[in-house]
Design a binder for this molecule. Structure first.
Ligand code: PLP
Length: 442
């Protein structure tokens, strides 16, 4: 195979060629088997090679794959929007379809700004976000992202939206004074500094993924955040691109804290990787001034709401319900979490085990009692990910977990269809990888 024209993530890396997938497994063209322990980028939640989805795809494609949203609506897109409004909490009754998580968060930002404009608040257009966060790679989404290594190259072109600390309990800057949810109170300070008349929304990932490895906030955090947003008339956007559609053991991760956002961004698990589709879910309250005003949302892409992707997503949602996969995420997540705690007892380079459902993370440290991180130059994340890969296990890297300057973490997030026996196999490979790394380091 010619390998000189495709721009791959690391240009001089020799990637194996994927051949096919079934369930939690992927296979390369040399016949090697890999456990997809991260569902790719926390995406393939129903596993690979599900024929029900292939059938739904074929059926829709044989009717019509594409019709432009300015010309037609479609049965598939209308039904998907209706389904999401049933699943979503509160009055999140509207869906805007896009093709990636980045587009979903960027559209959320634009809808929030438009909401205030249509109410006559022209200046309410800044977004407040957190450091140690990731909302996407396009410029608007990257502006909101506190993922230092992904922003760095473009900083002069970005808005300085990240302004508050993440709820990173393992490395809490307020630890000495006990948890009084100061990390949430920082939002209030930030709003007071910037002026609520200048702020459209606050955005957060319910559980922090790509930038830190399944960092989970303390109880009460989101309740406090919501209170502050309401007090200052600021919309709350939950970026559920990674956490949404069952991954954490609830359909939406915000349900863990009983907090209903004004806008939700979805992606990844919405189609479980079978097609690119993502969505911005919007509440009646946010839509109201737009429905009364311009009656048109200033966003959208050529492929937005295309019938083929919508049909695929509908079948993925139906499959998740049929197979009871939200509950499975909770139960299997508990089993995997116990196993990961078991590994942490054996290996002192594992400093923290965290997450919810089947979105779990490990953080590596050079000294467990002082929580001293490894230097980024030691490349610990890459080394553990590569060791697992060699042994046939895929895990997701989150190096630079401490605001991009230090810290190593990985996400373990297998497909929700994984069995306990398969979890045992996953953990066995992970254990061998950590053992090898710890041996090299000591
Ligand atoms: N938001 C979150 C929370 C994510 O984890 C990601 C991707 O990892 C994105 C947004 C961006 O999604 P995409 O890569 O589909 O553009």
């Amino acid at each position: 195979m010619k390998r000189n024209h495709l721009i791959k993530p690391i240009l001089d890396h020799n990637y194996p060629t994927v051949s096919h997938g079934k369930g939690i497994y992927l296979y390369d063209t040399d016949g090697k088997q890999y456990i997809d322990g991260s569902s790719g980028a926390v995406t393939a939640s129903i596993g690979h090679g599900v024929l029900d989805v292939v059938e739904a795809m074929t059926e829709q494609a044989s009717k019509v794959s594409f019709a432009y949203r300015s010309h037609f609506t479609s049965e598939a897109a209308e039904t998907l929007a209706e389904k999401l409004s049933e699943l979503a909490p509160g009055d999140l009754n509207w869906s805007f379809f896009v093709n990636s998580g980045s587009e979903a968060t960027e559209t959320a930002m634009k809808i929030a700004i438009q909401h205030w404009q249509e109410k006559g608040f022209e200046r309410k257009n800044r977004i407040v976000s957190r450091w140690t966060s990731y909302h996407g790679i396009t410029m608007g989404a990257l502006s909101m992202s506190g993922h230092v290594s992904r922003r760095k190259r473009f900083v002069p072109l970005l808005e300085d939206f990240p302004s508050i600390s993440a709820p990173y309990c393992y490395r809490c800057p307020y630890e000495s004074s006990g948890c009084k949810l100061q990390c949430a109170n920082e939002l209030e300070t930030s709003i007071q500094r910037l002026g609520s008349e200048n702020i459209a929304a606050f955005i957060a990932e319910p559980i922090i993924g790509a930038s830190a490895g399944a960092v989970t906030p303390p109880d009460g955090y989101y309740q406090r955040i919501k209170e502050i947003c309401e007090r200052y008339d600021i919309l709350f956007i939950a970026d559920e691109v990674m956490t949404g559609i069952g991954r954490t053991g609830k359909m939406f991760a915000m349900e863990h804290w009983g907090v209903t956002p004004d806008i939700i961004a979805l992606g990844k698990g919405m189609s479980a990787g079978y097609t690119p589709i993502a969505a911005t879910l919007v509440s009646d309250r946010v839509m109201e001034p737009i429905l009364k005003g311009s009656k048109s949302i200033m966003a959208g892409h050529t492929y937005s709401a295309n019938p083929l992707s919508a049909a695929v997503s509908l079948e993925v949602l139906a499959y998740i319900e049929r197979m009871n996969l939200v509950q499975a995420a909770e139960e299997k997540g508990q089993y995997l979490l116990e196993k990961l705690h078991g590994l942490a007892e054996r290996f002192d380079i594992i400093g923290d085990v965290r997450g919810k459902g089947l979105l779990l993370g490990l953080e590596f440290v050079s000294n467990r009692s002082s929580k001293t991180p490894f230097d980024l130059q030691d490349g610990i994340t890459t080394r553990i990910v590569n060791k697992a890969f060699e042994k046939g296990l895929l895990i997701y890297p989150a190096s630079g977990a401490i605001e991009g300057i230090a810290g190593d973490a990985v996400i373990i997030s297998p497909p929700l269809v994984i069995t306990n026996e398969e979890i045992d196999s996953l953990v066995k490979i992970l254990e061998a990888s950590v053992e090898e790394l710890q041996h090299e380091l000591h």
